[in-house]
Design a binder for this molecule. Sequence first.
Ligand code: SAM
Length: 322
Amino acid sequence: MNTAQRYEFFAAHEARGHSECYEQWSREIACDEEILALIEQLPEDKRQPNLVLGAARYLGAEPSSFADFKAWLIRHWASVAATATARRTQTNEAGRAAVLLPALARIPGPLALIEVGASAGLCLYPDRYSYRYDERVAIDPADGISGVILDCITSGNPPLPTELPNVVSRSGVDLNPLDVENADDMRWLESLIWPEQQHRRERLRAAVAIARTDPPRLVTGDLLDTIADLVAEVPSGITPVVFGSAVLAYLDPDSRLAFEKTIRDLPCHWIANEGVGVIDSVAARLPHSPNPTRGSFALSLDGAPLAYVGPHGQSLDWIAGE
Ligand SMILES: C[S@@+](CC[C@H](N)C(=O)[O-])C[C@H]1O[C@@H](n2cnc3c(N)ncnc32)[C@H](O)[C@@H]1O
């Protein structure tokens, strides 16, 4: 896809229905030679809509007509380009804990959670959030309702736990870990949330407040190079659980296969929450989706598919039986 097609695709298939502002801006960018020429000054892997528009928002671009945004973008292009070059798309979505929870509940604890591609590590706190499945089933931490309440709609009778997992350690790896104590890093995470999604911004702030009370241990590096050491650090008697969410799509197919082989040889469980089709061996075992319009991610445990899930943890269509 060339740059114009990328922005057109983003408008039609990603922003549409979720952000009127981003849909309009990206659709107009796709036809605007002047803005396309600016974006094409960036390296190929820095031209994606989420990164460029996130950089603009980080620098103060407010939702507006495309004409006003275009004028703003041209005025601030040097700063936008510098931010897009220095930063990555690292959207950290605590909501994904709602779909990880039923997979974690299948693993005997106590658990040492290890996240690959952790961003700021906000998915490492499944025991500190509250859950509302279909506005019917409520699961809360032992000390009461959390500041983060995750709503998730389900089908297929997922086996939901009555208690949250016993998590004794939280670690992870990222090419560029973000620090929950660093206000600038957290402002970048907020900028990656689309303009109209105020509920996600509030959820992010509440999850950051929880993580600040007990920050995760995140190492800088490539997941392939570091995962064996992270698993080896877990003391005996604790179950190591490696999980990744919206990360393997960033790897080339050979690296994805190498990661899968590495993880299967390690003494740990492996939960993957990735776009359908990202892990070939999981995709090959998936039945048809019961709700194709909402579950664009596949949740698996040790390579076995469990559910189709919403990309931000908003839906869980269970396919694995009890
Ligand atoms: C879209 S974010 C997802 C963050 C988090 N897992 C979540 O679900 O909210 C993907 C993260 O993976 C990281 N990442 C991408 N490739 C990686 C690699 N080879 N090794 C480690 N981290 C990687 C990125 O830096 C980014 O922080």
